[in-house]
Design a protein around this ligand. Sequence first.
Ligand SMILES: Nc1ncnc2c1ncn2[C@@H]1O[C@H](COP(=O)(O)OP(=O)(O)OP(=O)(O)O)[C@@H](O)[C@H]1O
Ligand SMILES: [Mg+2]
Length: 181
Amino acid sequence: MKELNAFDEYDVILFDVLGDVVCGGFAAPLNYADYCMIVTDNGFDALFAANRIAASVREKARTHPLRLAGLIGNRTSKRDLIDKYVESVPMPVLEILPLIEDIRVSRVKGKTLFEMAESDRSLEYVCDYYLNIADQILARPEGVVPKDAADRELFSLLSDFYLNPAQPQARSEEELDLMMV
Ligand SMILES: Nc1ncnc2c1ncn2[C@@H]1O[C@H](COP(=O)(O)OP(=O)(O)OP(=O)(O)O)[C@@H](O)[C@H]1O
Ligand SMILES: [Mg+2]
């Protein structure tokens, strides 16, 4: 990036990394970053990986001016597991994007959503999700140095969510028993 003069030529540089490759190679670009943003869905595996990234940010923030700007929930209309995670490891949730078929279409068309929205105004609401994230980052938020959860602790927190679903389900089973009697 130095050879490309990227640091002087651009106002914003986004470096996109595979989230499940959380190793030294992943962590190195954090040395040059102001912010880290984590994109996750509302599921166990992505949040487990998110927590690993949070640990890298915590480690790097000891020696670099790096902050975690927050989480972005993607391809999910539900955010219950994300909320459970951020209750335990506090960090901002910048945006939650549902599954939107036009995002897939944009990939196949080889166009950005913004290019597609130029001729189809009904797509502007999709652009707004991304603009909202951009606005938050451009406002230079304080962000956090996350206190990531220990693997075992996180495993029990998130797996409890799946294994012991909320009470109302148990009540409806009781009602069903009564009806059968
Ligand atoms: N909110 C969304 N709704 C519908 N489709 C989406 C959404 N977000 C991403 N997609 C589509 O899902 C596919 C994978 O998305 P993307 O490449 O961003 O995932 P990724 O997690 O970065 O994957 P990788 O691990 O390969 O980097 C793409 O075809 C993309 O267009
Ligand atoms: Mg990717």
